[in-house]
Design a protein around this ligand. Structure first.
Ligand code: FE2
Ligand code: FE2
Length: 183
């Protein structure tokens, strides 16, 4: 990574930190639980983005994991995977129940059921991502030569899925024209 690229990542990190500050002001003011919940989620995401940028910048200078650290990390990560797995199962079960009601207005399905389903599905997507990241981390620490910096760079392409942000994907930015139409 060149000095210029590092500077770019640092600039992005500054923007994330500004987002955290600005959104925290909103969260402080919010009395409505949905406003608070949604804005808090954005703050946590911005913290995540800031940490990820830090991790990439830091890899330039601190790519080493000692054997003792590796054993301790693996122990903790493995026990946490069990917790994540059971929460995945719980989310799936509860979403199924919400789904059964949500799609059938004739059976009493309401806006509330649809909302619960949508919210839990979004969380489930995050949980699946968490599970993937933990598994990839465990694999890396267990089987790879972690003194090779490329092993760590590779995690950004294997553990962190980017598909939804691709053009035309679920989270693609709205086109200018479609924004006008929506007004
Ligand atoms: Fe961000
Ligand atoms: Fe999780």
């Amino acid at each position: 990574m060149s000095e210029r690229e590092i500077a770019d990542l640092r600039r992005l990190k500054t923007l994330e930190e500004e987002s955290i500050k600005g959104l925290s002001e909103v969260a402080k003011l919010a009395k409505n639980p949905v406003v608070d919940g949604l804005i808090s989620g954005l703050i946590f995401d911005s913290r995540k983005h800031s940490s990820w940028l830090d991790a990439m910048i830091g890899l330039k200078t601190r790519g080493i994991v000692t054997e003792t650290e590796k054993d301790q990390l693996l122990d903790l990560l493995r026990s946490h995977v069990a917790i994540e797995k059971s929460s995945l199962v719980d989310y799936q079960k509860i979403i199924k129940a919400a789904e059964a009601k949500a799609v059938k207005p004739a059976l009493g399905g309401t806006t509330e059921d649809n909302a619960i389903k949508a919210c839990l599905e979004a969380i489930l997507e995050d949980e699946q991502r968490h599970h993937g990241i933990l598994e990839q981390l465990i694999n890396t620490l267990s089987f790879m030569d972690t003194s090779v910096v490329d092993v760590w760079w590779r995690l950004w392409t294997t553990a962190v899925p980017t598909a939804p942000t691709r053009k035309g994907g679920k989270y693609a930015a709205p086109k200018k024209s479609s924004r006008k139409k929506a007004k």
